[in-house]
Design a protein around this ligand. Structure first.
Ligand code: NCD
Ligand code: ZN
Length: 346
């Protein structure tokens, strides 16, 4: 098979950053995706509808006039998020979800939720509006091994929230372990999960091969090879619970190659190609379109896109670096050869 044609996909988990960095990366996502759920973990975070609206305007003004890309905004939940703000968001036509970052779990999560009990009133408000809760699914706490954080999050947070809010749509962003795959599959359609291209393509060895590789460091951190294989099976296996969300998270090269390097992998340059690469490894493209372009809209109850994208089997080399507001950005798979390329129709 040398050609693939799928309905144009959406990115259900994307970090676009803010000016001036956003202007360097937003076109990469806009070229490949129709819509993207835009993460609110700016500094300061996007906590209100007014802030989300202003951020959305900045994104739209960075795009070319003819560009059809739609940024779908999200709110960052804190211990102090009000019910009123959630009602306002659920009634708006530009905020599509609210994100739970456990405080301290990842980049710019310090203002996140310190105890899920603190947002129970907010979850009570979200449920009847079917307003999706997005979660960064890692428990925090110094006593928890970094490779166990996802499991502890299910046991301590997700499972209780599921029992207490059984018809609240919850989307677990960037699952990284079979424990999460099995948990999500065992649940009803109110729980979905996104899977990133990097969790489908690398395991934790990629961080340590012949020296430390900071450009393979992200959160949740990549796990064992058997875990990568379980994610690949989940993504390619046809379950409607799972869909594409890149978690593309750009950081300037110096911030990654540092004594305390930032977590985040930049995959937006060639996200569709990376997913195609992963499905190629799985040896089965049967459910590629559903994973990329159908399951996400179904979860968010949004229409499926009408445009299509085509890929051809063409070898090409990912650039070593990209411009990033006067700094450098190292993309995922920098300098490596990929087998698939998105092509524009003549
Ligand atoms: C993300 C970032 O840099 O904003 N980093 C990452 O490793 N994924 C935050 C996040 O989604 O955890
Ligand atoms: Zn993320």
């Amino acid at each position: 098979m040398n050609r693939l044609s799928i309905i144009k996909p959406d990115d259900w988990h994307l970090h676009l950053r803010d000016s001036p960095y956003m202007e360097s990366v937003v076109a990469d996502s806009a070229r490949q995706f129709s819509r993207a759920i835009v993460m609110p973990n700016l500094n300061p975070p996007v906590r209100s509808c007014d802030e989300a609206y202003a951020y959305r305007q900045r994104i739209l003004s960075a795009l070319a006039d003819e560009c059809q890309f739609q940024p779908l905004m999200t709110l960052y939940l804190t211990d102090n998020t009000s019910r009123e703000e959630i009602v306002k968001a659920s009634k708006s036509d530009f905020v599509f979800a609210a994100k739970l970052y456990p405080a301290g779990a990842t980049t710019n999560s310090d203002a996140g939720v310190t105890d899920v009990a603190n947002i129970y009133a907010v979850l009570e408000t979200m449920q009847p509006h079917s307003f999706p809760l997005l979660v960064h699914g890692e428990a925090t706490g110094e006593e928890i091994d970094v490779f166990d954080r996802e499991k502890v999050f299910i046991d301590r947070t997700l499972n209780p929230v599921r029992s207490d809010f059984p018809v609240l749509p919850i989307l677990w962003e960037a699952i990284s372990m079979p424990y999460a795959v099995d948990y999500v599959e065992s649940q009803d359609d109110w729980l979905g999960a996104t899977i990133t291209p990097h969790h489908l393509l690398i395991n934790r060895n990629a961080m340590f091969a012949g020296g430390f590789h900071p450009h393979h460091y992200c959160l949740p951190v990549a796990k064992r090879e058997e875990h990568r294989l379980a994610l690949l099976k989940a993504a390619s296996g046809g379950s409607t619970h799972f869909f594409a969300g890149t978690d593309s998270a750009p950081h300037a090269r110096h911030a990654k190659e540092s004594a305390c390097g930032c977590a985040g992998i930049y995959s937006a340059l060639c996200a569709i190609e990376l997913y195609a690469e992963a499905f190629e490894l799985a040896g089965d493209f049967t459910h590629f379109e559903a994973f990329m372009s159908l399951n996400g809209p179904a979860f968010y109850q949004l229409p499926v896109n009408s445009m299509r994208v085509n890929l051809e089997r063409i070898e090409w080399t990912v650039p070593d670096t990209l411009p990033f507001a006067g700094e450098e950005l190292v993309p995922f798979k920098a300098g490596e050869v990929l087998q698939w390329k998105v092509v524009t129709d003549d």
